[in-house]
Write a protein that binds this ligand. Structure first.
Ligand code: PBG
Length: 324
């Protein structure tokens, strides 16, 4: 098909034609809104590194969850900031921990929105690592039981789905077993299966004070140079019982999302992380970009790459735009 027989512009001429030939589309149903929970009452404190996002006490979180629900957003993901941190991250699996309490409150007030929980230890450990530290190293196997206990406590609090983000080997299997043995075989696991050691998590770590106090996360999170390893990681978690596979971050890893779409037949999520959000916000604050348009183009690109759902701090803004 060569010019002048074929003219691609013919089908771009009229807005209706453009709609008719559109290959990919973003829906409100694709969006998951991450939220940050803190202890206390009446708290809604802006997060400096993530303009437009807040630390919410459980009572105050209800309002934004209601708004998300009324916009048609199907799910939220709860992250917790405990008051106390310790070497074993005990607040992560405390029955009255911050995530557990918020899940209960939200499920009572907005029962129809799906509540997902981030399962990890880094916000709860004083050393800031996602697992237990033994002699200066992150002890994989010693961390598994604590992660499984965390996931189970979230399920007991009423979480609709648990999402382990720690990147310890074998944790999906351990969590699946703990859930199954306690009558939660119906609770799905969204695994942060393909999580890279990324500088794009910077604004999040400052928001939840979870930066590692020594070293970095390179002994458990993936090397950004690796693509084949993503297939192994995804398959491993699927074998262990993951119901949804996540790739994180999203934008520098669209090739990985695309590759996995062709390699695996499980639902796939992508995490449009804090650094990706903060860069767009910064551009907006400087008056350099039309942030809403950039957000919509970004989210669409993640869909086009092959993600079925997107965790994004822009979920409310995007949903409003899609509902127009
Ligand atoms: C905890 C966790 C992190 C993020 C989600 N869960 C940070 C990290 O691994 O250091 C990052 C989210 C974001 O940047 O938006 N393990």
């Amino acid at each position: 098909m060569l010019f002048p027989d074929y003219r691609p512009r013919r089908l771009r001429e009229k807005p209706n034609f453009r709609k008719m030939i559109q290959e990919n589309r973003l829906f409100v149903d694709d969006l998951i809104l991450p939220l940050f929970a803190v202890e206390g009452k009446g708290i809604k404190k802006p997060i400096d590194t993530m303009p437009g996002h807040f630390h919410f006490s459980c009572d105050m979180m209800v309002k934004i969850v209601k708004e998300a629900h009324s916009l048609g957003i199907p799910a939220v993901m709860i992250f917790g900031l405990p008051d106390k941190k310790d070497p074993l991250g005990t607040q992560a699996y405390a029955p009255d921990g911050i995530v557990q309490k918020c899940v209960e409150t939200i499920k009572e007030s907005v029962p129809d929105i799906a509540v997902l929980t981030d399962v990890c230890l880094c916000q709860y450990t004083d050393h800031g690592h996602c697992g237990v530290v033994e002699k200066g190293c992150i002890d994989n196997d010693a961390s598994l039981d604590l992660l499984a206990r965390t996931a189970l406590s979230h399920a007991r609090a009423g979480a609709d789905m648990v999402a382990p983000s720690d990147m310890m080997d074998g944790r999906v299997g351990e969590i699946r077993q703990a859930l199954d043995e306690n009558d939660f075989s119906n609770i799905p696991i969204m695994s942060y299966a393909v999580k890279y050691a990324s500088a794009f998590y910077g604004p999040f770590r400052s928001a939840v004070a979870s930066s590692p106090q020594f070293g970095d996360r390179k002994t458990y999170q993936m090397d950004p140079a690796n693509a084949l390893e993503a297939i192994r990681e995804a398959n491993m978690d699927i074998e262990e019982g993951a119901d949804i596979i996540m790739v994180k971050p999203a934008l520098s890893y669209l090739d990985i999302i695309h590759t996995l779409r062709n390699e695996i037949d499980m639902p796939m999520a992508a995490y449009n992380v804090s650094g990706e959000y903060a860069m767009i916000k910064a551009g907006e604050l400087m008056g350099w970009i039309d942030a809403t348009k950039v957000v919509m183009e970004t989210l669409l690109s993640i869909k086009r790459a092959g993600a079925d759902m997107i965790l994004t701090y822009s979920a409310i803004e995007a949903a409003k735009e899609l509902n127009k």
